[in-house]
Design a protein around this ligand. Structure first.
Ligand SMILES: [Zn+2]
Ligand SMILES: [Zn+2]
Length: 286
């Protein structure tokens, strides 16, 4: 069995996007996720060309096997309001172009919140938005729809939502980022081997495991079906080690990069402990 998994965490781009590679290397990451701009602002200056070159050079000689960009939290492609929808499409298109500039193949995105217009209308807005962004920026970058916890009016908490978006978009190159905290909070039990198998069967039925491109591995502070998105360190939340052990030992999932997204402080102390735990769980029987 292949045991070499691509594990990583979200890494800061403070001080310049190229600095993220050295940070990831110092943590000996096999995979990393970054923002390509300030994720809580609409406007960001274009990427600095020299920093882009330094980023690409550093990456090419690094041992990092996988990089994804996560899009800005402000973007809401499901918005029923024409003006904010258009602003979101423009910002999303910019995110795609930044990935191309950086030579990054995958862009993780939150599908969006319908804000009261209803699920069906919201899902249509999302596929229309993805199509429009791709008319402009092309489909070279793969878009990873992230599973959500379903807080408020957020879409993407049912696998059916993601399947519908994928089916509705005109252009392909769409896949899914499976966030264990979100999926669990949305009501899919992940606490045991049996529960994990049932969820993966459901994913296969609704979306297809061939579309599972990335994992966000986070434990959950809140219970199954709570629809509340609160990440917890792996093994210390409601999912617990058994569930992660099942996900990590499933040979169908071995080759899929796995990124943790829990607050860790400037030295990444908790990330390092969690990564050690993930490596242990992926090797051992418990
Ligand atoms: Zn996530
Ligand atoms: Zn989350």
């Amino acid at each position: 069995m292949k045991t070499q998994q691509l594990f990583g965490c979200h890494v800061s781009i403070a001080g310049g996007i190229d600095k993220s590679v050295a940070r990831a290397e110092s943590l000996q990451l096999g995979a990393m996720q970054i923002f390509s701009k300030n994720a809580s602002r609409w406007q960001s200056p274009p990427l600095d060309q020299e920093a882009v070159e330094r980023f690409k050079n550093a990456r090419s000689i690094s041992s990092i096997g996988y990089i994804a960009v996560h899009d800005s939290y402000l973007i809401n492609l499901a918005s029923p309001d024409q003006q904010s929808w258009q602003r979101s499409v423009d910002a999303f298109s910019d995110e795609i172009e930044r990935c191309m500039t950086l030579g990054i193949d995958d862009l993780v995105m939150h599908p969006g919140a319908h804000l009261g217009s209803g699920e069906a209308a919201g899902l249509k807005q999302i596929s229309k938005a993805i199509d429009q962004a791709r008319e402009r920026s092309g489909d070279r970058v793969r878009i990873l729809l992230e599973t959500t916890a379903g807080q408020g009016t957020n879409l993407g908490w049912r696998f059916e939502h993601l399947a519908e978006i994928i089916a509705d978009c005109r252009k392909g190159n769409l896949a899914v980022c499976f966030d264990s905290c979100h999926v669990f909070a949305a009501g899919y039990d992940l606490r045991s081997l049996n529960a994990v198998n049932t969820v993966l069967e459901e994913f296969e039925k609704q979306i297809g495991l061939d579309k599972l491109a990335l994992f966000h591995l986070n434990d959950s502070k809140k219970g199954c079906g709570s629809r509340v998105d609160r990440h917890q360190l792996i093994g210390q939340g409601e999912i617990g080690e058994q569930g992660f052990h099942a996900l990590l030992r499933d040979s169908r999932l071995t080759g899929i990069p796995k990124i943790i997204e829990t607050p860790s402080g400037p030295e990444h102390r908790d990330d390092l402990l969690t990564l050690t735990l993930l490596r242990k769980l992926s090797r051992e029987e418990i």
